[in-house]
Write a protein that binds this ligand. Structure first.
Ligand code: NAP
Ligand code: GDP
Length: 325
């Protein structure tokens, strides 16, 4: 059987890639697998995208007509603080290889993934899509931020010089099944789910890093997956689009800890380790552009999504990425 469209998803084994795979396989409505579509979900075992030879071999093998580019060195605040050069170099190499090979293969459309933590640290709120390059990012993650910002510059240059249809999306903090639940290097929700689970199981203290005051907008990975699929099929701009819940759904880290305590069923007290960094205080983003395109999009309520992610973690404790050997 020949497929009209071959959609290659780099980083297909990660949090966002697995969510896209889940929606493609399970959604019975407009986000599910389309006719004539073949979806290929890559892992790093298919090839190291920091290598141009490996990247070219992958494109030669699958001959994609579309690419969703997710693969990246990703981590929470504490991993970003430790490995700034790795975040800069690995992501520069991966992005350059994927975009240039997509160009060589005349791929019809590439959707790459930025992040709201790449925006300027000193800014006005809410942040919108026009502000990416307006000033230095927060110093805790400047390696990751500059590599990601350049994707937007690359997309514009490929379009300007060659007419390529390369675009990008900007999700806020993502969480869900298949997240990285490592205790040190993960993002806040999977990290705290794991810590709270251990506190309940072992009767040990549950300690939240920082003051609990920073504010974040969280998007459930399966909601983000639907929006990615919409962008791939319908969004026509080269300029990026923020994929986020609204400003009123921003929560503080203490609210996050409370939702996790409830989802895990932890009954002890918990505390804040204020010797640990808070990172950026907030990065409130506007989803006005998204709402203009999709005014009726329904986001999963935060507590429901936290509960689903917690249940997934507990059911998959042996297989989830936990940093355990
Ligand atoms: P993740 O769970 O850590 O997954 C990363 C994916 O990239 C995995 O499939 C991994 O493959 C692959 N990968 C990493 N290095 C690679 C390499 N050198 N060669 C080939 N593949 C490689 O990350 P995620 O949270 O799904 O993130 C997906 C995208 O969303 C990233 O671009 C990230 O910057 C962006 N994003 C994430 C968040 C968030 O809160 N998580 C927020 C905003 C934006 P293996 O599984 O084989 O290692
Ligand atoms: P960020 O949005 O890029 O800063 O990413 P994170 O997902 O790492 O969220 C960081 C915020 O959560 C900071 O305010 C941290 O102090 C706070 N936090 C509390 N406990 C944890 C934890 O166990 N892991 C992480 N990564 N952050 C935590």
């Amino acid at each position: 059987m020949t497929h009209e469209k071959v959609i290659l998803v780099t980083g297909g084994s990660g949090l966002v890639g697995k969510a896209i795979e889940w929606v493609i396989e399970n959604d019975k409505g407009k986000y599910g697998k389309g006719e004539g579509e073949k979806w290929v979900f890559l892992t790093s075992k298919d090839g190291d995208l920091r290598s141009i030879e490996a990247t070219r071999a992958i494109f030669e093998k699958y001959k994609p007509t579309q690419v969703i580019h997710l693969a990246a060195l990703v981590g929470g605040l504490f991993k970003n603080i430790k490995y700034k050069l790795d975040f800069l170099r690995d992501n520069l190499l991966i992005n350059d290889n994927v975009l240039h090979t997509a160009h060589e293969h005349k791929v019809e459309k590439v959707v790459s993934c930025l992040s709201t933590c790449i925006f300027p640290d000193k800014t006005t709120y809410p942040i919108d899509e026009t502000m990416i390059h307006n000033g230095p990012p927060h110093e805790s993650n400047f390696g990751y931020a500059y590599a990601k910002r350049l994707i937007d510059s690359q997309n514009k240059a490929y379009n300007d010089q060659f007419g390529d249809n390369f675009t990008s999306v900007i999700p806020t903090n993502v969480f869900g099944p298949h997240d990285n639940y490592d205790l040190q290097d993960s993002h806040v929700i999977p990290g705290l789910i794991h810590k709270c689970y251990l506190a309940k199981k072992n009767g040990t203290p549950f300690v939240v890093a920082g003051t609990g005051k920073p504010l974040r907008q969280f998007i459930y990975s399966r909601d983000l997956a639907k929006l990615f699929i919409w962008v791939l099929r319908e969004y026509k701009e080269i300029d990026p689009i923020i994929l986020s819940v609204g400003e009123k759904d921003e929560v503080c880290i203490k609210d996050v800890a409370d939702a996790i305590v409830k989802a895990v069923g932890f009954e002890g007290e918990y505390s804040f380790d204020t010797s640990k960094s808070d990172g950026q205080y907030k990065k409130t983003a506007s989803n006005a552009k998204l709402m203009k395109y999709l005014p009726d999009f329904q986001f999963t309520p935060f507590e429901v999504a936290v509960k689903e992610s917690t249940d997934w973690f507990i059911q998959n404790y042996g297989n989830a990425r936990t940093g355990n050997p």
